[in-house]
Design a protein around this ligand. Structure first.
Ligand code: PLP
Length: 394
């Protein structure tokens, strides 16, 4: 006997993986350059040279120390650098003991959901959303409550949101810039969200935590701004990752920030640390705790994402696709040209375009384009997008 839940998770078909595998098979037939794979959110730009230089320097200078266990919450000097950086950037007063360094944002989220969940708790998530939230929230023993998408701008459907808030609501998850829509929540949206949560905290007599999942915080385009959410809503817990900002997804480093002024902050921090312990994370990789904290004020050269976004948005709109303007991250979430996004994704495959159906992100009728690819590949793909659109006009 094994856990049916775990067996299910281990064997469930991943649409993204399947598309990726299909792309590999197709590449063997028609050549890699003729397959337009927009399925995976793997950064396409290299990490800054300083990342590799710091790694090499540390390996040379501290060969005995660098491979050791660190404190479970992360090395003190690394946490201090993270605090100093945010204090400089956002005029805040965070301290090292408010940071818990993790194995990427995935682990940050798992530590937070597991740390917060009491029997009967619910977490609210806005569609379109990163599908792993459901796995993480249910894994923590809580219930995920999904708010349908506001498809005109992918901001928040406040009527649906207000209805979903109940005394069982332990937290609300926001992800801006967003995977899969690429949309950045406006200040107005966030202020409205904060005001509503404050009102509900008062009404229910307990905190509602806003869990800000921010792997794309640094990927924001001209004309858009990613707000520092703890400034807008006190009870915010930040889940960050260096996977995209420094192009280091395989090194697995992120952190949880539990600001000292949130409700029950000491208990929340202890519970996050306890969850990390119970999940067996021990500590995040020691070498890259140092490297990322030493490089936390820089980013990879992210400019290609904005170029790609502009090229795709302009071209796809000219062809008649409906696209909400992305403000960051490296995803675009156009409407599919038929209501059934799975059928549309299948049709796109006939043109060797690999687009992920939106249903899995809680927003059927759309597809996700991960444009963290070479601009030149996008240029070559445009006639295919055109042919796909034309195929619906015949
Ligand atoms: N949250 C969102 C919205 C993501 O898109 C991702 C990864 O793509 C993660 C969390 C997980 O990030 P990490 O690689 O840091 O675990």
């Amino acid at each position: 006997m094994v856990s049916e839940r775990m067996k299910g998770l281990g064997t469930a078909r991943s649409v993204i993986r399947e598309l990726f595998e299909y792309g590999n098979q197709r590449a063997a037939v028609v050549g890699r350059e003729n397959v337009y794979d927009f399925s995976l959110g793997n950064p396409s730009v290299p990490a800054p040279a300083a990342v590799n230089e710091e790694a090499v320097r540390l390996l040379r200078e501290q060969p005995d120390l660098i491979h050791c266990y660190t404190s479970a919450q992360g090395a003190l000097d690394a946490r201090q650098r993270l605090a100093d950086s945010l204090n400089r950037r956002f005029g805040a007063h965070y301290t090292a003991d408010q940071f818990y360094i993790t194995v990427g944002a995935a682990a940050s989220l798992c530590c937070v959901f597991n740390g917060l969940t009491c029997p009967g708790d619910e977490f609210i998530v806005f569609a379109p959303y990163f599908p792993e939230y459901k796995v993480f929230i249910e894994g923590a023993g809580a219930r995920m409550v999904l708010i349908p998408p506001e498809i005109e701008g992918f901001q928040i459907d406040f009527a649906a949101f207000e209805q979903a808030l109940t005394p069982h609501t332990k937290g609300v998850v926001v992800n801006t810039p967003n995977n899969p829509s690429g949309v950045v929540y406006s200040r107005e949206t966030l202020e409205r969200l904060a005001a509503l949560l404050r009102r509900k905290e008062e009404e229910y007599g307990h905190p509602i935590y806003l869990i800000s999942d921010e792997p794309y915080r640094e990927i924001v385009y001209a004309g858009f701004q990613a707000e520092w959410i703890p400034d807008l809503y006190r009870d915010t817990i930040v889940c960050y990752s260096f996977s995209k900002s420094l192009s280091l997804p395989g090194e697995r480093i992120g952190y949880v920030l539990v600001p000292g002024d949130i409700a029950d902050s000491g208990d929340v921090y202890a519970a996050v640390a306890g969850a990390g312990r119970s999940l067996g994370y021990v500590n995040a990789p020691s070498l890259f705790q140092q490297v990322t904290s030493l490089c936390c004020d820089m980013t990879a050269d992210l400019s290609v994402y904005e170029r790609n976004a502009k090229l795709l948005v302009t071209s796809l709109r000219e062809m008649g696709y409906h696209v909400v303007e992305p403000g960051g991250a490296f995803y675009l979430f156009p409407r599919s040209l038929e209501p059934d996004d799975l059928a549309f994704s299948e049709r796109a495959k006939q043109f060797d375009l690999l687009l992920v159906p939106g249903a899995g992100f809680g927003a059927p009728g759309h597809v996700r384009i991960a444009y963290c690819v070479q601009t030149e590949m996008i240029e070559r793909s445009l006639p295919k997008f055109k042919a796909l659109a034309d195929s619906y006009r015949k």
